[in-house]
Design a protein around this ligand. Sequence first.
Ligand code: ADP
Length: 161
Amino acid sequence: MKKAIYPGSFDPLTLGHLDIIERSVRLFDRVIIAIITNPAKQPLFSVDERKSMLHDAVGKRFKTVEIDVFHGLLVDFARRRGAGVIVRGVRAVTDYEYELQMALMNRRMAPTVETVFMMAAEQYSYVSSRLVKEVASMGGSVSGLVPPAIERKLRKKLQQA
Ligand code: ADP
């Protein structure tokens, strides 16, 4: 049974994330999408909101996908959940350095947990949650970059802010 973890902030989920999730589902028996709760980061969407967005976008579609939340060390979470693989997406060279550091540090702490990198889909290789929020906050369209339901939630949330 090949179990993988796909960790991230997902604040909010983009079609780039979704592409990585769909590809992971084809490769692994079970995929745990792990929402990172980082106290140092001020998210736009609460953990519960992000969980529910992920549930609507993928939880219902794929029986082998599970959505969970974690804080602390990812490798501890991976051990606890019995996952041997961490999935990460790589967009541009700018992602590379950070991802390399993380992967090597995680390997040092947990040599049996392997980090697997997937190249971003061409059409989403410039898409990040941060840029999506920035564009949406200034009234720009993010249609085609996030699921339609998330685009609506973004607009509503930014109106409240
Ligand atoms: P983090 O806060 O850890 O960067 P994200 O939710 O932004 O979390 O990203 C989670 C993972 O998804 C990271 O490996 C990131 O590189 C990857 N990712 C983010 N956006 C895309 C995208 N458009 N295409 C492919 N991978 C992506």
